[in-house]
Design a protein around this ligand. Structure first.
Ligand code: NAD
Length: 245
């Protein structure tokens, strides 16, 4: 069974519904979990989401602890950069690292395209798109110091077209573009990953900054470049210490 022992996970919007399930599953498999949730009304097409009405993060933390797991609550909003920083800092304060981020929080607004309120556009952009950025960037910076990590960004089938969900589909397609580009840049970052079953401590290979990377235009060329970069990375990552030495 896939286990996450000693891993630190952040799950945003984890107080209820899908996010709660992700948090409970990760905790049941050994992860230490930051349960983030602002506690807004459950979203649908109504103009809701501006005020906190409950503390669902605390409820999920209590569930995890009662089951023998480890978790801490965070109630910051993913919609602001300082909220994202605070969410990541909660993991660093509690356990000194972050290994997994599940970007799940997001408010849903549906409505006819032509008359869709600007306020709803702002809500979708802030929570569903910038929310992913606001948490992922500080988490990425923390991960570079500990050898890498994993991101799970929640999108939706609406990205492929849904009547009454044009703006929701727009931001969810944005999540896909963001995720694919994060994956591409993650390979170029040359994270050295600890090998499963090894006690070796791996040091990071010298990094070529992404700004100095050659510009590529075709997808095939970019893919070949990423593959060869990954090969070079594996070749250059060497254990700093090993069990025998
Ligand atoms: N439910 C579905 O059928 C479905 C389908 C496809 C994609 N999704 C996506 O999955 C994710 C979760 O869906 P859900 O149905 O569980 O949503 P939900 O609205 O039931 O729950 C979202 C949780 O996020 C929290 N939240 C909202 N804004 C926040 C903010 N700014 N900062 C921190 N927490 C915040 C809420 O308090 C709530 O507990 C969303 O991104 C949604 O777009 C859902």
């Amino acid at each position: 069974m896939l286990r996450f022992d000693d891993k630190v996970a952040i799950v945003t919007g984890a107080g209820r519904n899908l996010g709660r399930e992700y948090a409970l599953l990760l905790a049941s498999r050994g992860a230490k979990v930051v349960v983030n949730d602002l506690g807004v009304p459950i979203s649908d097409s109504e103009d809701v989401g501006s005020s906190s009405v409950s503390d669902p993060a605390a409820d999920v933390v209590a569930e995890i602890v009662a089951a023998g797991g480890e978790a801490v609550a965070n109630r910051d909003s993913v919609a602001a950069p300082e909220g994202g920083e605070a969410i990541v800092q909660t993991a660093l304060d509690a356990w000194g690292r972050v290994d997994i981020v599940v970007n799940n929080a997001g408010q849903v607004r549906m409505g006819a395209f032509a008359d869709f309120p600007e306020a709803h556009v702002d809500t979708l952009l802030a929570t569903q798109l910038r929310g992913h950025l606001n948490v992922s960037r500080p988490a990425w910076r923390a991960m570079t110091k500990t050898g890498g990590g994993r991101f799970v960004n929640v999108s939706s089938g609406s990205a492929w077209g849904l009547a009454g969900g044009a703006v929701y589909g727009m931001v969810k397609m944005g999540v896909i573009g963001l995720t694919r580009s994060m994956a591409a840049e993650g390979r170029l970052e040359r994270f050295c990953i600890r090998r499963p079953g090894s006690s070796a401590t791996w040091r990071r290979a010298p990094t070529r900054s992404s700004s100095s990377a050659p510009r590529r235009t075709s997808r095939a060329t970019a893919s070949r470049s990423a593959t060869s970069t990954a090969r070079r990375t594996r070749a250059r990552c060497r254990p700093a210490t090993t069990r025998s030495s």
